[in-house]
Each structure stands twice: as C-alpha cells, then as structure tokens.
Design a protein around this ligand. Structure first.
Ligand SMILES: Cc1ncc(COP(=O)(O)O)c(C=O)c1O
Length: 455
C-alpha cells in the first residue's frame, strides 16, 4: 500500500491516462445526477475486506460514478457559479496531491506558502489594498466570510467598541454564507435596503443605522458588502459603503467571492471603486479565476487583525506560533490545510496576467452577448441590466414549473445545465458565465429552446 511496486506502477499509468484524457477533452459531456438507489445498484459495495484493486475501482468510477456527476467546467454549465479551471491549474493540482505538503505553518510549507502568498498579493494589489495585506487560501467563500466576521468582531472587542452581542449590516442580497457566519458566531444581521438594483449604499446604511436605538448602534461592528451578488452579479456601491464604515468606525468586509475576478479587467474595474478600503476581502479563484475546487482567498488589509482573532493556542503549537513569518493557520479557523492556492499560483505564473484579463473579458463579452440576444427576442426580457457575467431574465408567460421543466429537459437532452432563481419575488432564469470556452452559438442554441415554436 505504501510502496510503489509493479501493481502501483500499472495503476499510476491508468490513472494518469484517465486524468490526461479528462483534461484534454474540451467538452466533457455534462452528465447528470442519478438517485442513490440507482447508484447502489451499479456495483453494490465497493469497500470490502480484501479490496477490489485499483484498476477495478478506477473502472467503476470512470464508467459508473463519474457519469452521474455533473461536469461543472462544461462550457454550457451556467447554474449557480460554475468553474472553468485552466489546464495548467488542473495539472498542477495533481502535483499538489503528489507532493503531500502541509500548508498549515511556515515551518512545514514555507516554499509553497511563499508562492501562495505571491498569488494573494496579486489579488490584494488588484483591489488596491495596502502593500502588507495578506491572509490565506480557505475552502470557499463561506469560510472566508466566516473569517471576516470573526476578525471584525475581535477587533471591535479589542478596541472596546463592542457593547453586548455583536451585529453587522448587509443588504438582503448578501450571500447566504454571511447569515450562516453570523449564526455560527452568534451575531445579528441587520438588513439595509439596497437601491433599485439591490446595491448596498452608504446612504441606505446610514438610514438603517439611525433607525436603530442607541444600544443596537453600539452592537454594530461591521458592514458586509458584496462585490458581485451571486444572484444578479450586482456590485454594491463600495465607495459610499467605505465612507460610512470610516465615519462609524466599522470593519468593512467585502465579499467578492464571485465578482472579484472583475477587478482585473478595465471594462468593469470602476464598479469596484472603494474596495481598497476593505478590512477583509474574499475572492474565490475557484469561481471566476479559473482555479480548480477548492480555492478561496481571505485577505486582511492588516493581517495582524486576522492573526489576533484566529491563532489557535496549544502547547504543542507554542513554538510555531512564535515563528510569525507566515502561518496560514493563523488566518482562518483551520489548522491543517492543503496548499489549495498553489494550482492558482501555478496557472498565473504559467500564463501571465494578460491571459487572465483576456479570458475574463471574454466571459463578460458572452454575458453581454446573451443580454443583447435577450433584448432582441420578444419572448424574453432582462430582469436587471447585467453588471458582471450573471444574466437574469424572464420568459414571458412562464411560471415556476415551466422554468423547472425547461431546465430539467435541457439537462436530460444534455444541452445545458441551468437553474432558475427568484429575484424580487419573481421566478426567473439565471445564467452565470465563467467559462471562456462558452461560445455565442452555445448561448443562441440554448435561448432558441425557449422560443414559443419549440414548445
Ligand atoms: C458572493 C458569494 N459569496 C460567498 C459564496 C460562497 O462560496 P463557497 O461556495 O465557495 O463557500 C458564494 C458562492 O457562490 C458567492 O457567490
């Protein structure tokens, strides 16, 4: 099991061949879920006293279970927030697995952590954060938002500005993980009304804040703004949010888990003005920055804020905690950590920033193309003008069940994977584009299936 003998050599060849095949195929079938009953019927139990052997386990995975697993990087996967890893990022993910690096503390993972930090610095510089900004890569935007919540509250406690149970302000369109982070940390979320597009603004925050009684105002320690709302792609008015936070001594957290990629392109960069004042910032390279799952950055303007809140104290860690060169364990709730930022770093180093910018621009162009197609089709209507790469629209005459049936049929026919959403109380269609391989033809072919004559 732990020796690389003849059997493992053979298995290595099969696995590498499978992986390369998967990586080399540009349009892997979408595939789709099966029920657990159907899956159980495939091969019965896979785990047995004597083992079934690697070749057989691989065969079962490739032929039975992988086809029951949606291909998130298919160019027609537009539900939720999909993923589109670069080839270099995916290939290097194999290297990360093979290298068995602990990215927990500097003493264990110095070289790899140094490189992850280079990628973090690039993200921080896109946002215009101070030069010392830093943090770590966590499993996802949810973990990043939790880290921002904990660090913001800890600072308020340290400064003595928090009285009683903590509270934060956010818009109703903030990601559900903000509410979850608040639940975990026993913090209240006060919703401030967004503008017509749902954007959180300084004025809305002020209106909500002054409506609170004095005691509740004293419980407020942070604002959670969103740069790229998951549902609509809308970016909050970060400049006025920053001003509000400054005026009230509040921690500013920006959840750019999905939208942060837009920072790198001149086309939409101005939407993010004010992000440079964030105390904590989340950007997920596994969303629109072409990294494989799971890779999200939590970056603190002053990393000491993160470390004060997150460093675990234990006798066996005393010495590494003294070595403060850069322990990723100090910047989120975790200890053991895969160096999940390395595939992202490798890809950035391989292709360069220009290639990233161009690939992101391409997805923005596809979103704009999709929006323009919707404008020209009488049976479709945009629900909101897109700002980034999310397009939300209605099909005239359709009700909830029509959207669901259409989505199911598209997947059944292996045409696309899409999911409806609800926006301002209305059931609608939502596409999220993050894959530069998505073509205009892909978009028109899918929209064509919504035409009345097709139904
Ligand atoms: C804006 C935003 N924040 C947070 C999250 C949660 O990220 P994750 O699924 O990586 O935990 C998402 C997920 O789509 C998101 O879009």
């Amino acid at each position: 099991m732990h020796r690389f003998d003849e059997e493992e050599k053979k298995l290595a060849a099969s696995i590498i061949e499978y992986a390369i095949d998967r990586i080399a195929t540009e349009s892997v079938p979408l595939d789709g879920p099966k029920s657990s009953k159907e899956l159980a019927a495939l091969y019965g139990a896979n785990i047995s006293e004597d083992g079934i052997g690697g070749e057989e386990a691989l065969r079962r995975f490739a032929q039975g279970y992988a086809p029951a697993t949606l291909t998130s990087d298919n160019p027609r996967s537009w539900a939720f927030v999909p993923v589109a890893p670069t080839k270099a990022a995916t290939l290097f993910d194999l290297v990360v697995s093979a290298s068995c690096i602990s990215g927990t503390t500097w003493i264990e993972g110095a070289g790899a952590i140094y490189l992850e930090n280079e990628a973090l610095s690039w993200l921080a510089s896109l946002a215009g954060l101070p030069s010392g900004a830093g943090g770590t890569f966590v499993s996802g935007g949810s973990a990043g938002n939790l880290a921002g919540m904990v660090a913001g509250r800890e600072r308020a406690r340290r400064l003595g500005t928090l009285n009683g149970k903590g509270a934060v302000m956010a818009s109703a369109d903030a990601h559900s993980s903000v509410t979850m982070a608040a639940r975990i940390t026993d913090v209240d979320v006060v919703l401030a009304k967004g503008d017509a597009k749902g954007k959180l603004t300084g004025a809305a925050l002020k209106e909500t804040f002054v409506s609170l009684d004095h005691d509740d105002q004293k419980r407020m320690f942070a604002v959670f703004a969103t740069a790229g709302v998951t549902n609509t792609g809308i970016v909050d008015d970060l400049a006025s949010v920053a001003e509000f936070c400054k005026d009230h001594g509040l921690w500013m957290h920006v959840d750019a888990a999905y939208g942060g990629a837009g920072l790198s392109t001149p086309t939409v960069r101005n939407l993010f003005n004010g992000i440079e004042f964030a105390n904590s910032l989340v950007i997920d390279p596994h969303k629109w920055l072409f990294a494989p799952f799971d890779c999200a950055a939590i970056i603190y303007a002053d990393p000491a804020d993160g470390a004060r809140a997150m460093t675990q104290e234990a006798s066996y860690l005393d010495d590494v905690n003294k070595d403060r060169d850069w322990n990723p364990a100090s910047f989120a709730y975790h200890l053991t950590r895969r160096v999940r930022g390395l595939p992202f770093w490798f890809s950035l180093a391989t292709y360069g920033v220009r290639a990233y910018r161009e690939a992101i621009e391409q997805t923005l162009r596809i979103a704009e193309f999709c929006a323009s197609e919707i404008r020209t089709r009488p049976y479709l209507e945009l629900a909101i003008e897109p700002e980034l790469s999310v397009v939300v629209f209605r099909r005239s005459g359709w009700r909830d069940q029509d959207y669901v049936a259409w989505c199911d049929k598209l997947l059944e026919d292996q045409i696309a994977f899409v999911q409806p959403t609800t926006y301002q109380g209305e059931r609608l269609m939502r596409f999220c584009f993050v894959n530069p391989l998505t073509s205009k033809f892909d978009v028109t072919e899918v929209l064509d299936t919504m035409a009345p004559a097709q139904l």
